[in-house]
Design a protein around this ligand. Structure first.
Ligand SMILES: Nc1ncnc2c1ncn2[C@@H]1O[C@H](COP(=O)(O)OP(=O)(O)OP(=O)(O)O)[C@@H](O)[C@H]1O
Length: 350
């Protein structure tokens, strides 16, 4: 079912600023939306408001065109037909897998209930494990039971709050991919909260980046990366760096940066340029020398942290055959692809 959030604010009593401010987004039926952002930016509050667990102070939430929350009106959480999966799975330890999954199916006759339980367990790859207890399962299997339990009553919308945070990195990646396939296969509309960009990119058809309660951008992963709407998104996604940029007074169509002159227009009022680590390259011919502060081996490349002569610190990806030692000077050149510029980063990010 399509989820539409319009100018939504949630203000906790006693707090000076709203936890969620003027957020609008639309998630089409059958798609997976992800809320991404640093700790405290309002992701969980927004998810809980959709679930009906937080009171809305302004704006509205609608499911399939029908308003379910607005100031002074809220459909009760249990009547929203939403499934929820939390980071701790919240399985009932004294109930076996079958009865955990059957929890929301009390209205069905016994035979139908058993059929549906078997069906969703099959869907999550746990067919035949009805008789096991949660403590007899691995973390990944418990996560899948929680998912099966949420999917069993055929929710209109599935809400997931950091569902993989208790799992190790390898399993997390695999389950994120699996979960995406299961939701696709089931045609489920889902909204997931995470602070992990890789997870957001692996799962989301649409990703919303939140900062200080405000939605900075709601777009697919490629758009967030290539066309960040705000300086915050530019820096948050893909380790972006904003370096100062000035229109070159003597050469039109060129800008001056701490990495030298760069060909390209600087829009009126803009004063910084987005660069990513792969856009700063080693060039033995370049007059620009930066001091190597730190280097980390990343398998396919080195990640260098470098101090420019003007004092700014930048990251650069270098080939693995580079042998610079920390403290050495490294000759650099900026080689930006598509130019993305912003005005003052603080102003844009707020
Ligand atoms: N029940 C509450 N009462 C008052 N303030 C709250 C409450 N819950 C959250 N907050 C505040 O609202 C803001 C947003 O919190 P929220 O939990 O939504 O952030 P989050 O992005 O999910 O963070 P995290 O990634 O750390 O879980 C924070 O400043 C938080 O301190």
């Amino acid at each position: 079912m399509q989820l539409t959030i319009d100018s939504l604010s949630v203000h906790y009593a006693g707090q000076t600023a709203p936890a969620v401010q003027d957020v609008s987004l639309s998630l089409p039926a059958g798609q997976i939306g992800v809320l991404l952002g640093p700790s405290g930016c309002g992701k969980t509050t927004l998810l809980r408001a959709v679930a009906g667990l937080e009171t809305v102070s302004a704006g509205s939430i609608a499911l399939a065109g029908e308003v379910i929350s607005r100031p002074g009106y809220a459909v009760a959480p249990e009547q929203r037909r939403m499934g929820m999966v939390f980071q701790d799975y919240a399985l009932f330890p004294h109930l076996d897998v079958g009865r955990n999954v059957a929890f929301g199916l009390q209205s069905l006759a016994k035979g139908e209930r058993q059929k549906r339980v078997a069906e969703v367990l099959e869907l999550v790859g746990l067919g035949g494990l009805e008789g096991r207890y949660p403590h007899e399962l691995s973390g990944g299997q418990q996560q899948r039971v929680a998912l099966a339990r949420a999917l069993a009553p055929r929710p209109q919308l599935l809400l997931l709050d950091e569902p993989f945070s208790n799992l190790d990195a390898g399993l997390r990646d695999r389950l994120a991919q699996e979960l995406r396939d299961i939701l696709r296969c089931h045609g489920t509309t889902a909204l997931l909260v995470t602070h992990d960009q890789h997870e957001a990119f692996a799962m989301g058809d649409r990703i919303g980046v939140l900062y200080q309660g405000r939605l900075q951008q709601w777009a697919d992963a490629a758009t967030l990366y290539r066309e960040p709407a705000t300086a915050f998104v530019a820096q948050f996604i893909g380790q972006g760096m904003l370096v100062p940029a000035l229109q070159d007074p003597s050469r039109s169509g060129w800008m001056q940066t701490p990495l030298g002159a760069i060909s390209g227009p600087l829009a009126a009022g803009d004063s910084c340029l987005l660069l990513r680590a792969h856009e700063i390259v080693h060039d033995a011919q370049s007059p620009l020398q930066a001091e190597l502060l730190h280097k980390a081996f990343r398998g396919s490349h080195w990640l260098y942290t470098l101090r420019l002569p003007t004092g700014e610190t930048v990251l650069a990806e270098m080939p693995t055959d580079m042998t610079h030692a920390v403290g050495e000077r490294v000759a650099l050149r900026a080689q930006p692809g598509q130019l993305v510029t912003f005005s003052d980063p603080v102003q844009k990010a707020a």
